[in-house]
Design a protein around this ligand. Structure first.
Ligand code: GCB
Length: 647
């Protein structure tokens, strides 16, 4: 009895390996938006659900659970979507479940979508962790490898085959992590019957957050006409007062099409127009996209409205898609990170998609609360540690001018076997998917291809050289990095990154309890890295755990005072080095978050400056004071945001 269906998982892996090999990304994956030509139907809410608890976790496939209603093949429970399934019930077996779970929902599809042969009906899954297989009315329509990124399938032609049957969507999701997944993991079977019950196994992971699973982001149906705008790519620049929007539109479903490409300002006034599928739009008296606290009018967005007209022998088609566009540039020198040619200093946070009950499930109240807290803190940036966040969150960043380092799920690449070609090939595909999804967000200023890999291992050099080169080829306009915690002298990928991002936990993981070492060690850290590479440096993580409500003076580890003093000691060094080549500081972490159980984690990681419920610890006030004074020094604040005297 081998759990969780290792053969099934491996079988699935072979299929995916094949898909990866034969299907390089084709086409776009524009965020689904309603328009005069596109309709949208959200499938959020209650779904039927069953975890496959069979010993090999493969019963669902053996018994073809997708062929009939899930409730006909066994018991089902209610499961909200979007949400992780782990914390929804009282069952520890479901919280810690590894293997396939099954979701099902029957949907009423508007009759006109089916009747009109000129309409494409697309089923989109915002993210499902980790492997997914999707069926509609028992017919497999797609599969996808990897959480945190969307995937979709056109299902209109299938629905039209039997317009009388309802649209039953079945999604099987498997959260098993292997040495070749991103993030990597490893299933370990414990065969010593004197210690473990039969079938006992654990999922080893090499990252510090709970491996939440399920349908994490909205599942929805949307329509486009048969001839449609498939993808848009914009790259922006400016010269004096003139903004330049270089764009490319790709069209599917029509060999001949006419286009109208209109750039509208905030008041919906046309500022530039073209009828070409690609070109450069010029914007006189441009309003640039500026980060929060760097300008009195941050996050200025134009709208690129693309209108397509096409015809075939049967019909005419019109499609309209609107894309928000921020005009800005990003450049890196040996000492500076420049946005719109002005030095930008990251004073921000690392986050997680994580909260009570819903786990990693998208939740609008939480998103808006977090943005309010970011602004309260005076944060101008965050890193999407350690995986791509929901597109809805990036849209908020675009709107509010919050700058983003966009990270792929390459966290915990620690085992030398995870540097092999199979892993690298998958990592390249994930970067393809990430850049395809996020390339048009002005808030995204840098790609991070990994967090704390074992960069000192010999194969790391080829791995990161290839990965970074690939990412730069996908997007030559943004710098690329990965986050390191290795020794400057032995890090094999650092020669290839544009910005050095270093994590360190002096007086915590090293010399615990010795606050007096921070200044020397941090200073040396910076001098060593800069001395060797002459690239700008971001302190991409630093911090200390604080259990809210624990106090001690003099400070002792795990108290709010200790966390506060760690921060202050780091800040003193940042203040010296930011005048030279340090271009940012990102606290670990914005909020406490759940991890797997372990002897160093008390109901999760407590390095948040906010609790998991988003209440401030003492450190939050220290950070707030600092960030607002940094903003006063380096930015141009709107009158309403002047350094509040109440601080
Ligand atoms: C790190 C990791 C992060 C952990 C953090 C910690 O270096 O990048 O994922 O949560 O340290 O608190 O240990």
């Amino acid at each position: 009895m081998r759990v969780p269906g290792v053969s099934a998982v491996l079988g699935a892996l072979c299929v995916w390996a094949l898909v990866d090999a034969v299907c390089p990304l084709s086409g776009g994956l524009l965020f689904p938006r309603e328009s005069s030509s596109r309709e949208l139907k959200e499938l959020s809410g209650r779904w039927d659900f069953r975890a496959d608890m069979s010993p090999n976790r493969n019963q669902g496939f053996d018994k073809a659970w997708y062929q009939s209603r899930l409730s006909q093949t066994g018991p089902v429970i209610d499961m909200p979507v979007p949400a992780s399934y782990n914390d929804i019930t009282q069952d520890p077996a479901l919280r810690d479940f590894i293997g396939w779970v099954w979701y099902e929902r029957e949907v009423v599809v508007p009759a006109r979508w089916i009747a009109d042969e000129g309409t494409r009906v697309v089923l989109r899954v915002g993210s499902a962790h980790y492997y997914s297989v999707v069926w509609v009315n028992g017919v497999k329509v797609t599969e996808h490898k990897g959480g945190h990124l969307p995937f979709e399938a056109e299902i209109g032609s299938l629905l039209r085959k039997d317009p009388t049957s309802p649209c039953r969507i079945t999604i099987a999701v498997n959260n098993t992590l292997t040495l070749e997944t991103l993030p990597p993991g490893n299933i370990q079977h414990m065969d010593d019957r004197t210690k473990y019950p039969e079938g006992f196994f654990v999922q080893n992971i090499y990252f510090d957050f709970f491996n939440y699973a399920g349908l994490h982001r909205p599942v929805l149906l949307y329509t486009t006409p048969k001839a449609y705008v498939d993808d848009i790519t914009v790259v922006t620049d400016f010269l004096d007062n003139t903004g330049l929007v270089k764009y490319t539109v790709s069209v599917q479903g029509a060999s001949l099409a006419t286009l109208k490409v209109t750039l509208l300002d905030k008041d919906r006034q046309c500022v530039a127009f073209s009828t070409e599928p690609s070109g450069v739009l010029k914007v006189v008296d441009v309003n640039l996209w500026w980060p929060f606290l760097m300008h009195e009018n941050p996050g200025y967005l134009y709208t690129l409205e693309v209108q397509l007209m096409a015809a075939d022998e049967r019909s005419t088609y019109e499609d309209v898609y609107s894309l928000p566009v921020g005009i800005r540039t990003v450049n890196v020198t040996s000492t500076k990170f420049l946005i719109n040619n002005k030095p930008f200093y990251f004073h921000g946070v690392n986050k997680h998609e994580d909260s009570d009950i819903r786990g990693k499930g998208l939740d609008w109240p939480l998103i808006v609360k977090d943005f309010n807290l970011l602004k309260w803190l005076g944060a101008n940036s965050f890193r999407t540690s350690h995986y791509p966040y929901a597109e809805e969150i990036l849209q908020m960043c675009d709107r509010h001018g919050i700058v983003v380092i966009d990270e792929c799920p390459g966290v915990g690449i620690k085992d030398i076997r995870s540097f092999r070609n199979a892993s690298l090939n998958h990592h390249l595909v994930v970067m393809d998917e990430l850049v395809r999804r996020d390339k048009n967000h002005p808030s995204v200023v840098m790609w991070s291809v990994a967090n704390e890999p074992a960069a000192e291992m010999p194969p790391a050099e080829f791995y990161f050289k290839t990965l970074i080169k690939h990412t730069k080829a996908l997007d030559p306009t943004r710098p690329v990095t990965y986050i390191t915690d290795s020794n400057y002298a032995r890090d094999r990928g650092a020669p290839y990154v544009d910005v050095i991002c270093v994590n360190s936990y002096f007086s915590w993981y090293h010399d615990p309890g010795h606050l007096e070492v921070i200044s020397i060690q941090l200073n040396n850290q910076f001098e060593n890295w800069y001395g060797k590479y002459q690239k700008p440096i971001i302190q991409s993580e630093y911090g200390a755990d604080a259990v809210p409500g624990l106090h001690s003076d003099p400070p002792v580890m795990f108290t709010e005072e200790y966390q506060k003093v760690v921060l202050q000691n780091y800040h003193d060094v940042f203040d010296q080095k930011r005048r030279q080549y340090v271009v940012g500081e990102l606290i670990w972490n914005f909020a406490d978050f759940m991890t797997s159980q372990g002897i160093t984690r008390v109901l999760g990681n407590k390095k948040g400056v906010f609790t998991r419920q988003r209440q401030p610890k003492a450190a939050a006030f220290i950070l707030r004071q600092r960030y607002w004074s940094l903003a006063n020094e380096t930015g141009r604040l709107p009158p309403w945001a002047k350094y509040p005297c109440s601080l």
